[in-house]
Design a protein around this ligand. Structure first.
Ligand code: G1P
Length: 304
């Protein structure tokens, strides 16, 4: 059953991954807590969800993920210390993360893939459409992708994925969508999906990036979905079944994203994200940009 007119209020954020690409930094710290400038990566994602009107956030966590819960909770001792010092600006930044949304947590247990992580949200989500946000992609707040996606879902029902046009050599890193035009600018109908296609097997160069608005019928499909690429239960495979048969949970649409996206998934992308966001910050940016430009010029001279 599709529910085209219900307001979407729940966001699911899978955060059970081990963060192996950042070891040893992630040995005892969740990768979602790594700072992007001066805020943990995960807070940007929760802020994006709340900006799109999603007030209920469920994180799918696992062992060693307690700092996530602490970050979105009050810290009375710290707050009292800052209050006593009269440090109002830091106090409000510390309080901000605990006031963003109603937070819920569920543990994934065995990490059996993104599809399995999303399935862990079934009892909490119930029968309404909901959003999924993956933490490795940060979307610039000036380009409100999720708001557009929820509007498309409310208009058409079914599910909506975010698509980014990438170089054909990059497609194998993503879920990839076969699409048809809808006549609406930036919105396509998704007719098929392949998780991380082999070279030559990609149906297009539209990559699925980490934002989804899903019909709850996805849970039933995920329960029937066997292990796919990498031996994991893939969300892409469940969406492929739904794209193929709109009778299951309505159509699957794609919103083509042309805005600013910052990848924090590996060390190089993470560093680039920090530099870009630091350059844009009103407080840190002017000094940092001046330093960066001198540094780059000097480095270039040494390399010449
Ligand atoms: C996951 C999904 C993939 C999607 C990607 C977006 O892959 O399985 O379909 O394109 O996120 O970031 P991961 O990057 O977790 O391997």
């Amino acid at each position: 059953m599709t529910s085209p007119r219900s307001r979407i209020s729940k966001a699911v954020i899978p955060a059970a991954g081990l963060g192996t690409r950042f070891l040893p930094a992630t040995k005892a710290t969740p990768k979602e807590m790594l700072p992007v400038v001066d805020q943990p990566a995960i807070q940007y994602v929760v802020e994006e969800a709340t900006s799109a009107g999603l007030t209920d956030v469920l994180m799918i966590t696992g062992r060693n993920k307690r700092p996530l819960e602490d970050h979105f909770d009050r810290n009375y001792e710290l707050e009292e210390t800052l209050r006593r010092k009269g440090d109002e600006s830091r106090l409000s930044r510390v309080q901000q993360s605990s006031e963003l949304a109603t937070m819920h947590y569920v543990r994934q247990g065995d990490p059996k893939g993104l599809g399995h992580a999303v399935l862990c949200a079934a009892p909490h989500v119930g029968e309404q459409p909901f959003a999924v946000l993956l933490g490795d992609d940060l979307i610039d707040p000036r380009d409100p992708l999720l708001t557009r996606m929820t509007a498309v879902q409310e208009q058409h029902g079914g599910s909506v994925v975010a698509l980014l046009e990438v170089d054909p050599e990059q497609v194998h890193l993503y879920g990839c969508a076969a699409v048809e035009p809808t006549g609406e600018d930036g919105v396509v109908r998704v007719t098929g999906l392949v998780e991380k296609p082999e070279p030559g097997e990609a149906p297009s160069n539209f990559a699925v990036i980490g934002r989804y608005v899903l019909d709850p019928a996805v849970f039933g499909v995920l329960r029937r979905t066997g292990p796919g690429r990498g031996g994991e239960i893939q969300l892409t495979d469940a969406l492929q079944s739904m794209a193929e048969d709109p009778g299951i949970g309505g159509p699957v649409h794609g919103v083509i994203f042309r805005g600013r996206r910052y990848d924090t998934g590996d060390r190089g992308d993470y560093l680039r994200t920090i530099v870009r966001l630091a350059c844009e910050r009103e407080d840190l940016g002017p000094d940092f940009r001046a330093w960066l430009s001198t540094y780059v010029n000097e480095e270039m001279r040494t390399l010449d």
